[in-house]
Write a protein that binds this ligand. Structure first.
Ligand code: AMP
Ligand code: MN
Ligand code: MN
Ligand code: MN
Length: 287
């Protein structure tokens, strides 16, 4: 069997979150759940920080899971927020850590402005409520506001609350300047990692915009894009598989799990296999 075929057969989930960012479970519980789901290789990829990785690594040792240290960096690409996953990073790398700290630093101020926007439409006192859901206040995110608003009965579910209150043009949305694409990729590469475009179908860029993003990403040293992820349809998978081949990228696969039962059909390890013609990015971690 070729190494690509061997890698393709590994049950890999290379994108998920713990309570160190906007997930619900502790890193240990994420690893335990992944093991129970039969995941052999797992990357914990919390947003803009790496604080859960040591706990995850200890749990992975106990459960025989191959843990890949990861991170999901928030990037501003023009007016579009793009997420870049870094895998195989050295979490002690000082340039990466300084960069992530800088990305995190604007979150609390943004959260105050989000709360002000919601108050302006009559939904008061959301900051404390959102913070009550955030075990790591430095990573206060739209997800924590969403959980609070659902809990308050403002919206029936996460999907609804995002579309009514938390996306561009809605009262709780505050535009934010994240890292540049070039910086995010450079931090990841500098820390010995590989950079991957997360959930590409989420970005409303159009064909030309997506080509421009992928060209800039490749130019910066990015190597892969997520092809199978929970929010990609079968058509999305085909579309991004073609782009992988066109750009000479490798392909990644990840559930983007945030918590049990939070979004329909999102579960650790439950994500379609990659199309066979693609090179799995995790082949790099098998050597
Ligand atoms: P932030 O980094 O604060 O802008 O929050 C972004 C997070 O919100 C993402 O990582 C997702 O976890 C979550 N998110 C974004 N859009 C949606 C959506 N439409 N439905 C559910 N969760 C979403
Ligand atoms: Mn998230
Ligand atoms: Mn993301
Ligand atoms: Mn994610």
């Amino acid at each position: 069997m070729s190494s690509t075929a061997a890698a393709a057969n590994i049950h890999a989930d290379l994108h998920c979150h713990s309570c160190h960012s906007d997930g619900v479970l502790t890193p240990r519980a994420v690893v335990e759940r992944a093991a129970a789901q039969g995941v052999a290789m797992l990357a914990l990829t919390d947003h803009d920080q790496t604080g859960g990785l040591l706990e995850a690594a200890a749990a992975a040792d106990i459960h025989g899971v191959h843990l890949i240290p990861g991170v999901e960096v928030s990037v501003s690409w023009g007016r579009t927020t793009v997420h870049i996953v870094g895998l195989g990073i050295d979490l002690t790398d000082p340039v990466l850590q300084r960069g992530l700290e800088q990305v995190r630093s604007g979150r609390m101020n943004r959260a105050r402005r989000m709360a002000a926007g919601l108050a302006a439409v009559g939904i008061d006192d959301t900051l404390d409520g959102a913070l009550a859901h955030a075990s790591n206040p430095a990573l206060i995110s739209r997800t924590h506001f969403a959980r609070h608003l659902v809990e308050r009965g403002v919206s029936p579910n996460m999907r609804d609350v995002f579309s009514r209150y938390l996306v561009e043009g809605k009262p709780g949305y505050v535009p934010h300047e994240w890292a540049s694409l070039a910086d995010a990729v450079a931090w990841i590469r500098g820390a010995g990692g590989v950079a991957i475009v997360a959930h590409p179908a989420r970005y409303r860029l159009g064909d030309l915009g997506m080509h421009a993003l992928l060209s800039a990403f490749k130019e910066a040293g990015g190597v892969a894009i997520e092809v199978t992820t929970s929010n990609h349809t079968a058509d999305d998978v085909q579309h991004y598989a073609r782009l992988v081949l066109e750009f000479g990228f490798e392909a990644s696969r990840g559930s983007d799990f945030h918590g049990p039962g939070e979004s329909a059909n999102v579960e650790l390890g439950r994500v379609a296999p990659l199309p066979r013609e693609l090179t799995p990015v995790w082949q790099r971690f098998l050597a």
